[in-house]
Structure formats: C-alpha cells, structure tokens
Design a protein around this ligand. Sequence first.
Ligand SMILES: Cc1ncc(COP(=O)(O)O)c(C=O)c1O
Length: 447
Amino acid sequence: MNHHHHHSAAAADRRLNALRRHLEASSDIDSGLMISPSPTSSPGSVFSHVVRAPEDPILGVTVAYNKDPSPVKLNLGVGAYRTEEGKPLVLNVVKKAERLLINDSSRVKEYLPIVGLADFNKLSAKLIFGADSPAIKENRVTTVQCLSGSGSLRVAGEFLAHHYHQCVIYIPQPTWGNHPKVFTLAGLSVKTYRYYDPTTRGLNFQGLLEDLGSAPSGAIVLLHACAHNPTGVDPTIEQWEHIRKLMRSKALLPFFDSAYQGFASGSLDADAQPVRLFVADGGECLVAQSYAKNLGLYGERVGALSIVLRSADVASRVESQLKTVIRPMYSSPPIHGASIVATILKDRNLFQEWTVELKAMADRIIRMRQQLFEALRARGTPGDWTHILKQIGMFTFTGLNSEQVAFMTKEYHVYMTSDGRISMAGLNTKMVPLLADAIHAAVMRLR
Ligand SMILES: Cc1ncc(COP(=O)(O)O)c(C=O)c1O
C-alpha cells in the first residue's frame, strides 16, 4: 500500500507541475508564435520549456576529456578496462564465443522469454553461488536476465517497492553515484550507512555496525559483493561474518551488487565468498550480477538478478512477479550478450580460458598500484600512500580533494571524478610518471 501511495503521489506531482508550467508558459507561447521567435527559447517547440540537465558526474569526466585538445592527457574517470597500450580490450574468449555463435546455423533472432535465456540464468546463478550451492539444488533461487548490473538493480528495486513490507534501503556512504537514483526512482526510500573512514582510508567498521544496528527491522541493505566502488575498500571475511550475524539477527534483507566478480582478487570463487557466506545460512538475499567488467561486455548490457528464497514455491511466485516488472519496462532482454556468456560458461575449455584472461586483467591493475605507489615514493610525495596498495579492484580512492583534482586536470590534463577516485584500469606504465607528477604537484601546492 505504501508503494501505491508513493506512485500516485508522484503522478499527481507530475500533473501539478505540468499544469503549472502550462499556465506560466501559455502566454509566452502565444506571443512567440505571433511575433519574432527568440533564438534561445525556441518557441516553436512544445519542449521549449525544457531546461538542460547536468551531465552525469561520472560520464561527464569523459566528455570533458574528449574536449581537451592536449596531445598528452589521461582519462582515469571511466570504469572500463584498458590495455597497457591504453586501448579497450575484447577478450579472446569472447571473440571465440562470437565465432561459434555466427557459425551455428541453427541460431535465430527470435525474442527471448521475459526472463531471458534459460541457460544463461542457470549458469549465472552457479557462477555466483557456487556449483554445489544447496539453494540452487533445492530450486530456491530465481534468476532473471537483465540489462547488465544497472538493469538488475532497477528490476529488483521495483519488485521490492511493490512486494516487500519495508521500503527503506540502506546504501553505503559513499557508493556508486547511480545507486541512490536507481532506487529512488524504483520507489524505495534511500538512507545511508557509514562505510569509509577518510582518516585511515579504510573501512569504518564500527560506524557500519552502529548504523546497521540502528536500522529499522527488515530494512534492505545494499552491499558491494567485492571491490567496493568508489573506495576500493572491502570488509575482511571475518568482518563479513560479523555483518552477516548482525543483519540476520535484525532480519535486514541483504542485497548484493556484484559488478566486479573476479576483478578484485583475480579469482571468481574468492570474490564470491561474501555472497556465499550469506547464502550458506539458509536465509534470503538478492544479487545483481554484471558481466560488463569481468567479461568486458560493457556495451552488450548483460547481467542477471538472482533472488534466493526459503522455498521453491516462493521462488516460483517471486519469479512470476519479476516478469510483471520486466514486461511493461522493456518486454524482454537482448539475446546476443547472454548467448556469449552462456557459450563461455557452459564450455569447460572456454571457461578455463576466461579465468586466465580475467586474472591477467586483475594482475595488470595490481601492477599499476605498485608502480604508482613506487613513483610517489621516488618523488617523496608527502603523506602515506599505502592505501594505493591496500585498496582492491578497479579504483583507488586517493584522498585527493576536489581542488587538487581540479588542479591536476587544469595543469596536467589528468581527468578523474571530483571525489578523487581514479580508475587503475585506465592507467598504464607509460602514464604513471605523468600521474605521479600531477599528484605530487597537487599535494605540494594545495595541502
Ligand atoms: C558498483 C556498481 N554497480 C553496478 C554497476 C553497473 O554497471 P553495468 O550496468 O554496466 O553492469 C557499476 C558500474 O560501474 C558499479 O560500479
């Protein structure tokens, strides 16, 4: 009932705003049509009242980078893997899978079911929960193919807003910038829990326990499965166990965002440990999976939402409701990316090849951490930079402030988000000196 109120209230707001705009604008539109049109207001358009929205803070970094005419520049804003040559990477195993698909004349381009490709869903659940997961064996898991991680989060958000008794979701502070927007628009009410401690550049474990401890019973809690974005700070497995106990004791509902499985440690199984810890206790949880990073399938928009439930019966009813969320949103998901993933996951050799390529990406990122750390030490840059080595996954949360970031962009053509997050995957050996020089100068100038 909460959501009904929510949705109808939002609709009423929209109608009211539209009415207001109409009343304000109607006289201008009339005179605009009669007299000469002003170049800025485009009076001929029914959308002339539309104001420009701000650029997305993450994607906006690349827009600014592309506009910079400097021949030597560095974009550490995007969360996408680059090779040592600074180029995007299509995994070999992906190329092989695509060749197999093209050569298979039995393949057609029919619509997929609302829930997506059946093989893909089964294999995705196996990948995150483990091959011998009792939850899978007992048919207590429903998995639906969604539009990458983002789409999985959105579908889950709308399902929860309609069918879960508690519409509050706690997200870590800070978190990926899209989380609050996705969940708010899905109809949930977003709150934050403490996560990052700027003084240690590590986990604020005490603050996290306090905030989850005082959350209302049943609240949804968003957890980054591994390689927390933007901080690169993950709980240890002992801390995860502590979090699990606390959450289960308060009936908080775990919702894992798994956008980097295999990218953090280089091992798919190791990075899935926190999720498996929660599933092993027999309790319920949600998981949004993305294949954007770990298979480099960014633009294919391929991911999955799994919900682990207490019984097969509940799982099947939940799945029927997920379909009612998906059908009016985009009807059914795209076929190509899911076919690539299923081809790789079901073939022992291709799967093995993938783990090798994935490990190579993770290792290159770790090497960049070491090189950047060494370069700062060689320059005698003031401060403790060991967090560059300790943080995990695609990003380093440098601790540089927005003035220092602006200085580095202006003077060194180094681009990153204003919170000081840099993508280690966008760095390469040749560019390490430029980045180290930029950080050194920023720290010396603006301490
Ligand atoms: C934490 C986190 N969740 C989800 C996503 C969603 O990515 P995609 O929709 O491309 O799978 C990202 C991407 O940057 C992310 O960092």
